[in-house]
Design a protein around this ligand. Structure first.
Ligand code: IMP
Length: 183
């Protein structure tokens, strides 16, 4: 969906389709270099990371496997509930595998620190994180984020996989939501 169809719900376009794609291609090149000669399993966190996974994996000019987890740390609002639950676990045994988590956004980092600890307990060769977006609070977290697409301000954003109450995920751009939508 293009911005024009929901213009009145949005305040600004933070990143358009072209900026997102260009950054993902650059990240893919870095990942190719870093994982040369190693097998690579991309783990996507449903549902927000669907677009990142689809575009990052296609930007990688090498074999990768993909698997998915669904965890929940947010209710239906715009603030973190602090609760992480596994809704869907991996199908893959990750022991001795190089795992790269593909994420859409890191806000408090709560979800990811929990996820990394959970995956590390399964005996992988390595666990790293690639996130398209990172908010300021995430920089205080203890987990090392190896690949970051964009550092963005502390505002609620939608589009490119990110939702508000299940909507706006299919927006091509990443936009800030107008206060009247969640106010
Ligand atoms: P964290 O645990 O606070 O890092 O939250 C991570 C999860 O919260 C993300 O995977 C998103 O699902 C959701 N989230 C955080 N910030 C935003 C936002 O600005 N828009 C939409 N979802 C968000």
């Amino acid at each position: 969906m293009d911005v024009k169809h929901v213009e009145h719900d949005l305040t600004t376009t933070l990143l358009d389709e072209e900026q997102i794609q260009r950054r993902l291609v650059a990240l893919a090149a870095e990942i190719e270099r870093d994982y040369e000669g190693k097998d690579l399993l991309l783990v996507g966190v449903l549902k927000g990371a669907v677009m990142v996974m689809a575009d990052l994996s296609r930007a990688l000019n090498r074999h990768v496997e993909m698997d998915w987890m669904a965890v929940s740390s947010y209710g239906s609002g715009t603030t973190s509930s602090g609760v992480v639950r596994i809704l869907k676990d991996l199908d893959t045994d990750i022991s001795r595998r190089h795992v790269l988590i593909a994420e859409d956004i890191i806000d408090t980092g709560l979800t990811l620190s929990w996820l990394v600890a959970n995956l590390e307990s399964r005996g992988p060769a390595s666990v790293s994180i690639c996130t398209l977006l990172r908010k300021p609070d995430a920089q205080r977290m203890s987990v090392d984020v190896r690949y970051v697409g964009f550092d963005i301000p502390n505002e609620f954003v939608v589009g490119y996989g990110l939702d508000y109450n299940g909507r706006y995920r299919n927006l091509r751009s990443i936009c800030t939501l107008a206060p009247h939508v969640y106010g």
